[in-house]
Design a protein around this ligand. Structure first.
Ligand code: FAD
Length: 470
């Protein structure tokens, strides 16, 4: 058992931050134990986040294409139907396979896996209430907190995971809602709204702020919102939810303009609360060892991921920075590299963000608003997907590539892509940004034809010269 012998590294939490840190630590020759309460590895991302949402986005996209687009390509069906249990089954199978895959990686790398709820008894000891009802104390020289995040609740809106659901409930509805109201226009709300919208739900997104996805470039955001509206998504921006009534058949939401005014009622049969996520440290007994958190509960760390308590580290969603799986993974690797006496580094300004709707929106680096605020002289290179031959060939040409480059040096500052598979296309830009490339460096790279990546090349040409195809 793990209880008696001391570890070099103990990781609390088996999400993308924690499990990656554990594997990397073991690969660096450190004796490692990972503690996870869920009974399955992969955390929020794999069990109730990134992976199941992408499974449903793909399945619902296929249905939607079959129903609305296949005939344009000369593919005809007499009827197309949704088999929701089968769709959910494929999602569940993908999740189950991947969680088992991580268990396999733990075995392969000799990471010790303890299933249970961990809490600190000292800066080098974690007491674990194990899933099978026992208790064990796991000791380690270095302890990494990777406990992630949880759904943020809204005052007055109680999530029951039946009619009023979080993203977790929205990934497992047993029927297609007639009317789904999404509270919060962040990427999670828009992705889940897209899933159910494609399957036939009427979607209304209610957002307190004046815009959707706040981290997105403003110009791209406007185009993106129009694209979603064309798909039938309705937006009520600058609107707050002040009350919820579930006493009748469905749900009645009382709405009010964000800065006050007349109330209106909005009816729905389901409501998704996706108003952000909050760091999760409940039951960890952080106060027992004196680990500091900020006002919103995030654990504070230095640039080596060390908390104010020596030997105790934190990574992923539970610390400041973008709350994304790939950022958590990068944190995990860098953190254990420091522990192993090497050097690690994560640049939060170069973490790509992707919204996996259709079209997708992906971005890396700065938005035009951020560049303006910095007072840097810049140029914009843009290329519409409508002028890209591949996108036209497949009749999927809604979108744009936008590159921001420093005027004097042509150095890339930010890249914003709205296109099918933008989440794949963005990495060319991420590499360019990482290597401090000029926009001309991308423009002069030979890109295969016909690909959507050519739109990035043409946008790069447009920052310092002219594109060819428009
Ligand atoms: P988590 O994944 O939250 O893992 C923490 C783990 O720690 C959990 O499994 C928890 O059970 C365990 N734990 C907590 N406390 C204890 C304890 N005391 N003892 C033992 N175990 C404990 N990100 C992306 O990058 N791309 C996406 O497409 C994407 N889609 C998403 C879709 C949805 C619907 C949601 C909700 C999130 C999505 N995210 C996405 C965000 C992503 O899931 C998180 O950023 C990521 O999971 C953070 O990883 P983490 O390891 O820090 O924490």
């Amino acid at each position: 058992s793990s209880g008696s012998d001391e570890n070099d590294v103990v990781v609390i939490g088996g999400g993308p931050g924690g499990y990656v840190a554990a594997i990397k630590a073991a690969q660096l020759g450190l004796k490692t134990t990972c503690i996870e309460k869920r009974g399955a590895l992969g955390g929020t991302c794999l069990n109730v986040g990134c992976i199941p949402s992408k499974a449903l986005l793909h399945s619902s996209h296929m249905y939607h294409e079959a129903k609305h687009s296949f005939s344009n390509h000369g593919v005809k069906f007499s009827s197309v139907e949704v088999d929701l249990p089968a769709m959910m089954g494929q999602k569940d199978k993908a999740v189950a396979n991947l969680t088992r895959g991580i268990e396999g990686l733990f075995k392969k790398n000799k990471v010790n896996y303890v299933k249970g709820y961990g809490k600190f008894v000292s800066p080098s000891e974690v007491s674990v209430d194990t899933i099978d009802g026992g208790n064990t104390v796991v000791k380690g020289k270095h302890i990494i907190i990777a406990t992630g995040s949880d759904v943020k609740s809204l005052p007055g809106v109680t999530i029951d995971e039946k009619r009023i659901v979080s993203s977790t409930g929205a990934l497992a509805l047993s029927e297609i809602p007639k009317k789904l109201v999404v509270i919060g226009a962040g990427y999670i709300g828009l992705e889940m709204g897209s899933v159910w919208g494609r399957l036939g739900s009427e979607i209304t997104v209610v957002e307190f702020a004046g815009e959707i996805v706040p981290s997105m470039d403003g110009e791209v955001r406007k185009q993106f919102q129009r694209a979603l509206e064309k798909q039938g998504m309705k937006f009520m921006l600058k609107t707050k939810v002040v009350g919820v009534d579930t006493t009748g058949d469905g749900v009645k939401l009382t709405l009010e303009p964000a800065d006050g005014g007349n109330q209106t009622i909005l009816e729905a049969d389901y409501v998704l609360v996706s108003a952000g996520r909050t760091p999760f440290t409940a039951g960890l007994d952080l106060d027992k060892i004196g680990v500091e958190t900020d006002k919103i509960g995030r654990i504070l760390v230095n640039d080596r991921f060390v908390t104010n308590v020596s030997g105790v580290y934190a990574i992923g969603d539970v610390i400041p920075g973008p709350m994304l799986a790939h950022k958590a993974e990068e944190d995990g690797v860098a953190c254990v590299e420091f522990i192993a006496g090497k050097v690690g580094h994560v640049d939060y300004d170069k973490v790509p963000g992707v919204v996996y709707t259709h079209p997708e929106v992906a971005y890396v680096g700065k938005t035009e608003e951020q560049v303006k605020a910095l007072g840097v002289d810049y140029r914009v290179g843009k290329f519409p997907l409508l002028a890209n031959s591949r996108a036209k060939a497949i009749d999927d040409a809604e979108g744009v590539v936008k590159i921001l480059a420093e005027k004097e040096t042509d150095k890339i500052l930010g890249v914003h892509i709205m296109s099918p598979n933008a989440g794949e296309l963005i990495h060319e830009a991420a590499i360019a940004l990482q290597y401090d490339a000029a926009s001309e460096d991308i423009a002069r790279v030979c890109h295969a034809h016909p690909t959507m990546s050519e739109a990035l090349k043409e946008a790069a040409m447009a920052t310092y010269d002219k594109p060819i195809h428009i």
